[in-house]
Design a protein around this ligand. Sequence first.
Ligand SMILES: O=C(CO)COP(=O)(O)O
Ligand SMILES: O=C[C@H](O)COP(=O)(O)O
Ligand SMILES: [Zn+2]
Ligand SMILES: [Zn+2]
Length: 354
Amino acid sequence: MALISLRQLLDHAAEHGYGVPAFNVNNLEQMRAIMEAAKETDSPVIVQASAGARKYAGAPFLRHLILAAIEEFPEIPVVMHQDHGTSPAVCQRSIQLGFSSVMMDGSLREDGKTPASYEYNVDVTQRAVDMAHACGVSVEGELGCLGSLETGMAGEEDGVGAEGKLSHDQLLTDPEEAADFVQKTKVDALAIACGTSHGAYKFTRPPTGDILAIDRIKEIHARIPGTHLVMHGSSSVPQEWLAVINEFGGEIPETYGVPVEQICEGIKHGVRKVNIDTDLRLASTGATRRFLAENPSEFDPRKFYKAAMQAMKEICVARYEAFGTAGQASKIRPLSLDAMSERYAAGDLEPQIK
Ligand SMILES: O=C(CO)COP(=O)(O)O
Ligand SMILES: O=C[C@H](O)COP(=O)(O)O
Ligand SMILES: [Zn+2]
Ligand SMILES: [Zn+2]
């Protein structure tokens, strides 16, 4: 059984200079697409469950879906991560459910919408870290709010995200504050804000440096080179899938995502975890629409689920290959969460901040 902690995987990724896509899971088809792609490319896996996923599938189903993947693919190390926890209590519940990693998103208050003060963020994150590390579980924190540098608007269509207009300062993580935050909280990974946002509507044009601030990632990495950085809202919004969706009855207006090359640039500068949800949603919707349009008499859902799975799998394979994740699974010797808790207790995993 290869359930591993996020910390172990990202330490390996940093040592070998690669990044790992973290895909959101809600159902069997996504889970299977991710695992089959991982098996085909020998990639370690991060799967993450959002509050929306728990509401949709129910926590026990999600948990067993991930455990089933670990059982069926014992050769693939899998991180079971809770995405965007809004309080230490939410993280505690996930730890109890067996997650090997949690995100304490203290950049927002408990409603998941109101930007929080720095002091609030430090406090809730410290509390989540204390609890998690005692169990060998990793913690991802977040500093800065996701939102558009084009409009100043926070991404609202998704389940998690600030509401309304944000200042330029809130939309870009400050390197000095990031150093202080990591030092104080001891998070294992830090999600940063650099102009990306959740969902399909990230940019109205192919992004340039003024609206997708990869330079800011470089500045943060230069200040805290020992910290694993996380990019949220990192779907690339493939134009070919938008075209398929619209060809077969969809209505998605012109929109652009984060180019894979820009993510790879981030990976050269400390980005180790890359959150992707929307791309799998677009691929499965496109494949389903196309299948049903081309096979109007078909009524066995397994037929269009299969088409959707294949489309998602192709995206996963492409990201594993582009981020350098491919070929790494077999190099990892999984450490138990017990062993990780001993490493924290021994002080072996303290933040390295100059
Ligand atoms: O950040 C994400 C999940 O936490 C997903 O981002 P996308 O909406 O760009 O796929
Ligand atoms: O964090 C954002 C992910 O895309 C999850 O979205 P969700 O809350 O709709 O499941
Ligand atoms: Zn956030
Ligand atoms: Zn996110």
